[in-house]
Design a protein around this ligand. Structure first.
Ligand code: FES
Length: 111
């Protein structure tokens, strides 16, 4: 397990994404309108659209290229389309306000 501080909550804008690079993997961290954070790989499984540029609605993001709908909780593509985007764990440190990306050993090796 590795915990990376990726910024302070004041640096995140609601329903927008910030990008973090871990090895060759680009990760988009989204701040939801309920104040929660979610992280997924910034690569649509359809034709590699940049999900960080998509429209966020509730806990879903719509790919900017062909509008596939992806659940930010688990990375699952919603029907009628199918597929999955890798998702990552994000935490907020209530004391410092820092946003933390939690990477498993598998995440680090795969990047
Ligand atoms: S590239 Fe994302 S829907 Fe086509």
């Amino acid at each position: 397990m590795k915990r990376l501080i990726i910024g302070h909550q004041s640096e995140f804008r609601e329903r927008r994404a910030r990008l973090v690079h871990i090895g060759n993997t680009e990760i988009a961290i989204f701040k939801l309108s309920d104040g929660g954070y979610r992280a997924i790989e910034n690569l649509c499984p359809h034709k590699n659209g940049k999900l960080s540029e998509g429209i966020v609605c509730d806990h879903h993001v719509f790919c900017p290229l062909h509008d596939w709908k992806i659940d930010l909780n688990d990375g699952l593509v919603q029907a009628p389309d199918e597929g999955c985007v890798k998702s990552f764990q994000v935490e907020m440190d209530e004391q410092t306000g820092n946003v933390i990306l939690v990477l498993s050993d598998t995440d680090i090796l795969a990047s």
